[in-house]
Design a protein around this ligand. Structure first.
Ligand code: DGJ
Length: 719
């Protein structure tokens, strides 16, 4: 007992002495404070006496003059100052014991990094801060970019090797973030699967570390390259910090909560099976990370929707609504031919589709998924007069034409594989694992990359093709790339090659739209969306499942990029009406995937009605503000309201997802985002009412969707 007491006393004395040795000057240490100011937030960092770039604040704005660095001291020999201060970008080295943002090995075997502040450059919308490891002449430049209208900062990092030696990078994250308080934040990512993408999962993050990642070579369907950290947040209020990564290759989002309660996040290229060798004079820039702080989830989603349209999506189509497309995959599968496609196209045009996309099956010896991938020439049996017969037919019907490719893949049963078995990732000692009977082409070989570009380039150059659906239906395996000096680079180089091919196609054909697809939504994220105009969200087109998939997607991704098909998918004992299916798909970029050849006249009329309605409201859905009023996981009903920027128009989609009689109860609804002082005409089917904006927003509307799985669309228009 006595010994313990003496020990504690000594510890306290040491602690106080250490505290007292911090002079007032040292505690201020505000020689260099850098403040990024967005619409509603400040993001602040400062350089301490030792030249370390510390993170100071991220959140609501405060008086600029007041920002300074809090004091630093060693707590005890096991918790050094480096271990607990929040750094802007921490390298591995010294007495840091957390998971860092950067790790490397220098030419002499040293793996300890010491990066200190060297310089900064601030403009009205950008900041770059250069850190240097003087002993090795290596620089890390932290980039920040922002705009006046959003609370979102785009971050990335460049490593510059000015030395005369190789540098082996083992970890290189796009950003490190520190949350402001020691409180417990809820952490949200997805826990999905094929046909079950974007399943949001939230849990309190109390201790240790948690990571969301992929090792598949491509994004995949399980975790998403984003993180949301929130504190008592609802759709409308509460602190929400979020980060989304522009990378669909191997990614890693990691959060750690340390012994004093600070939650730190790093996000970027996955360091799993990763090294990057920077030769003398070389540099590398990471993928972008988009980070933001908002009040509530609705504000987060609406800011990201707008930000993505203006700053992320490829410029050519970002600001215009996307066409209503018809895709023939669910109607004809691999069995495409000129007759059945033209028959489908005729009805697709009649109901109002603007683009006709022929999916898998048109090329090589493709009858099913066992053969043909890699042989991108038109199948003559299916198209005896060439593909132009179909394209011209589609164009005569007033629609554009689009075509499916899966350029990164090859079947063993293909001319390409027979000619070039060495073009796939492989090890000579291992049998390649087939998934869906296909193998992954090694895009890090320049000829292979060129081949992938050429096949699409030739088709687009020689035919009136306005749209490509770029699919990718399996993850990597047996990841040997004997052509590379450093084979661990293949994950990174493959993803870059995909983006590069897409960019080259778009540069050469500015009218070309490209959709990213990977067995459904396996490539629906900002890496793809920086280069592709939109993404296929899921192979699951059951409208009830789709509500949850779409809710997850809508959190951080732009609605216009979410392709949403109306199909004939009717889940067994839970069939849904065509009205319900349209209701759900009209909340993204409406597309049709049904077998229209089987539709009755009544169903065709319904398609015409809904497609015309969608064309009238698509600007609202794609560019307006989204308010998620109810969601089916918690409320047995989904209610999503979209409001135009000027608040003059709004549309509300209501879907009852409850399937039991008991659950068919009244739900109360308050609309959002309207002008409180204006009067609105509310059209609910045949019923029309007039109400003020403040009434609609403040007096709960009691709604009862009469039947399970029924739906309604309300139009709300300023009088
Ligand atoms: C998977 C995609 O998600 C589907 O839409 C379809 O294009 C098939 N591949 C074709 O093989």
């Amino acid at each position: 007992m006595l010994i313990n007491a003496i020990f504690l006393l000594l510890f306290e004395v040491k602690y106080c002495i250490m505290k007292m040795t911090i002079s007032p000057e040292a505690s201020k240490m505000d020689k260099k404070i850098l403040i990024i100011e967005t619409k509603n937030t400040h993001y602040v960092m400062g350089v301490n006496e030792k030249g370390i770039l510390r993170h100071i604040h991220w959140g609501r704005k405060a008086c600029r003059e007041d920002y300074n660095l809090s004091p630093e001291w060693e707590r005890n020999s096991n918790h050094s100052e480096l271990d607990y201060i929040s750094e802007e970008y921490s390298p591995f080295g010294g007495t840091r014991y957390r998971s860092c943002a950067f790790k490397c090995e220098y030419f002499d075997g040293c793996r300890d990094s010491v990066f200190t502040y060297e310089s900064d450059e601030m403009t009205k919308d950008s900041l770059s801060v250069t850190l240097v490891d003087k002993a090795y002449d290596i620089r890390i430049v932290l980039h920040y970019k922002w705009s006046d209208e959003h609370d979102i900062i785009t971050r990335s990092v460049t490593v510059v090797n000015n030395s005369a030696h190789d540098l082996t990078i083992e970890k290189l994250m796009s950003a490190e973030l520190s949350l402001p308080t020691e409180e417990i934040y809820d952490i949200t990512n997805t826990n999905g699967s094929w046909a079950g993408e974007f399943q949001l999962e939230t849990s309190p993050f109390k201790a240790g570390s948690i990571r969301f990642e992929t090792h598949r070579g491509t994004t995949g369907h399980v975790n998403s390259p984003f993180l949301i950290l929130s504190k008592n947040a609802t759709e409308d209020f509460g602190d929400v910090y979020f980060a989304a990564l522009g990378w669909g290759g191997n990614f890693k989002m990691e959060a750690q909560r340390d012994f004093i309660g600070i939650t730190r996040v790093t996000l970027g290229l996955n360091d799993f099976d990763f090294t990057k060798i920077l030769h003398a004079g070389e540099r590398i820039t990471t993928p972008k990370a988009y980070i933001g702080y908002t009040n509530g989830f609705a504000e987060m989603s609406n800011q990201m929707n707008d930000f993505a349209i203006h700053h992320i999506l490829p410029k050519s189509f970002a600001e215009e609504p996307l066409p209503v497309l018809y895709n023939s995959w669910e109607a004809t599968g691999f069995d495409v031919n000129v007759d059945n496609q033209l028959r489908l196209a005729k009805i697709a045009a009649e109901i109002g589709c603007e683009l006709f996309v022929m999916d898998d099956g048109w090329f090589g010896a493709r009858k099913d998924d066992r053969a043909g991938l890699g042989d991108w020439y038109v199948n003559e049996e299916k198209f005896p007069n060439g593909i132009d017969e179909l394209i011209e037919g589609v164009n005569k019907l007033g629609m554009d034409f689009g075509l499916w490719f899966e350029p990164e893949m090859v079947n063993e049963d293909s001319d390409l594989y027979r000619a070039h078995p060495e073009w796939v990732y492989h090890y000579d000692t291992r049998k390649p694992s087939l998934l869906r009977n296909q193998l992954v082409l090694n895009l890090t070989i320049p000829e292979v990359k060129e081949y992938c570009f050429d096949v699409m380039d030739k088709m687009v150059a020689n035919h009136n093709i306005k749209y490509i659906k770029w699919d990718m239906n399996r993850p990597f395996s047996e990841i040997g790339a004997p052509n590379l000096e450093n084979q661990r680079d293949l994950w990174y180089l493959h993803t870059l090659a995909v983006y590069d091919i897409a960019d080259k196609l778009k540069a050469k054909y500015p009218y070309l739209q490209i959709e990213a697809c990977s067995s459904g939504g396996g490539r629906a994220e900002y890496g793809a969306l920086e280069h592709f105009d939109m993404a296929w969200t899921s192979d699951n087109t059951d409208p009830v499942d789709r509500l949850e998939i779409q809710r997850g997607f809508s959190m951080l991704y732009p609605r216009k990029s979410m392709r949403a098909w109306v199909t004939d998918w009717n889940a067994g004992s839970r069939p849904t009406s065509l009205d319900f299916r349209f209701n759900v798909s009209m909340q993204g970029s409406l597309s049709i995937g049904s077998n229209l050849l089987k539709y009755t006249d009544e169903e065709i009329e319904k398609c015409k009605y809904y497609i015309a309605l969608y064309k009238d409201i698509r600007e609202l859905v794609q560019f307006g503000k989204l308010y998620r009023l109810k969601n089916f996981r918690n409320d047995g009903m989904s209610a999503n309201q979209y409001v135009s920027e000027d608040k003059s128009r709004s549309v509300l989609f209501l879907c009852s997802t409850a399937t039991s009689f008991f659950n068919r109860q009244f739900k109360t609804l308050n609309l959002k985002g309207l002008d409180p002082n204006a009067r609105y005409r509310v059209t609910m089917g045949d019923e029309v009412k007039e109400r003020s904006g403040d009434y609609l927003m403040n007096v709960p509307l009691q709604e009862r969707l009469a039947d399970p799985l029924s739906s309604q669309i309300w139009m709300i228009e300023k009088i």
